[in-house]
Write a protein that binds this ligand. Structure first.
Ligand code: URA
Length: 235
């Protein structure tokens, strides 16, 4: 879709709209390899360059991040170091903003999707779509096999919640290592599920989100995903 040059640059976080007009009249912006000094020109974003470089993700962002512990999933700087510090600084100024698909706690590591596509966020976080999320939790004492049935029953209701949790699948991998698959994402859900049964989660890591896994990404690294990978799951 064609878009006005000044609006395009501002929305992609390059500068303000008035700065964009200066950039354009100053000849820093080309369309189809030719300098275009009219900021009202509408152009296909894929044909626009700034200072000779193609635009940064003009059609939107979808990345898979290996979230390290110690970072919050928030844009509010008062909450401390954030996952958004890991991305190019310009991404913070984009409109629409980039946001994580659901959140992981500060102390949780693992797979997190980040995008500027709000419809995708809605689709992937809605329990209706039953996207399985797989967590690996280390707990403070040996796991009891009885937990498997408790979590699978679909009757466990956490304090402060109005309805029971959806059935979840627990696999005991080692005496104190659990693999838990959820199709919803309530606040601190894994930690609260174990706490409700008397176990404390010492560390938590998300290994999978739907069909996606970290595939060798180290903590703090991210890779791009083609948005098309989710197209077939659309309503
Ligand atoms: N459950 C939690 O308790 N924390 C997370 O970060 C994710 C799921």
């Amino acid at each position: 879709m064609k878009r006005r040059l000044d609006q395009l640059l501002a929305n992609l976080g390059y500068c303000t709209r008035s700065e964009a007009r200066h950039w354009i009249t100053g000849g820093r912006v080309t369309v189809d390899d030719g300098v275009n000094k009219n900021h009202g020109t509408k152009a296909d974003p894929s044909t626009v360059c700034v200072n000779g470089k193609p635009l940064d993700h003009p059609e939107g962002i979808l990345v898979l991040l290996h979230k390290p512990t110690g970072l919050v999933c928030s844009h509010d700087e008062r909450e401390g170091p954030s996952i958004y510090d890991l991305f190019p600084e310009r991404w913070r100024r984009r409109n629409p903003v980039i946001t994580s698909v659901g959140r992981l706690d500060k102390d949780t590591s693992g797979l997190l999707l980040v995008t500027d596509q709000s419809q995708l966020v809605h689709r992937l976080t809605s329990p209706k779509h039953k996207v399985p999320k797989v967590y690996r939790a280390k707990v403070d004492r040996d796991l009891a096999p009885a937990l498997i049935e408790v979590f699978a029953a679909g009757t466990l209701q956490l304090e402060g919640e109005k309805s029971p949790l959806a059935p979840a699948t627990l696999v005991i991998r080692e005496p104190r290592i659990a693999e838990l698959t959820l199709i919803e994402g309530k606040y601190h859900q894994v930690r609260r599920m174990f706490a409700s049964q008397g176990w404390h989660v010492e560390s938590l890591h998300r290994e999978r989100f739907g069909d996606l896994s970290l595939d060798g990404l180290s903590a703090g690294e991210w890779r791009e995903l083609p948005r098309s990978i989710f197209d077939h799951k659309q309503d």
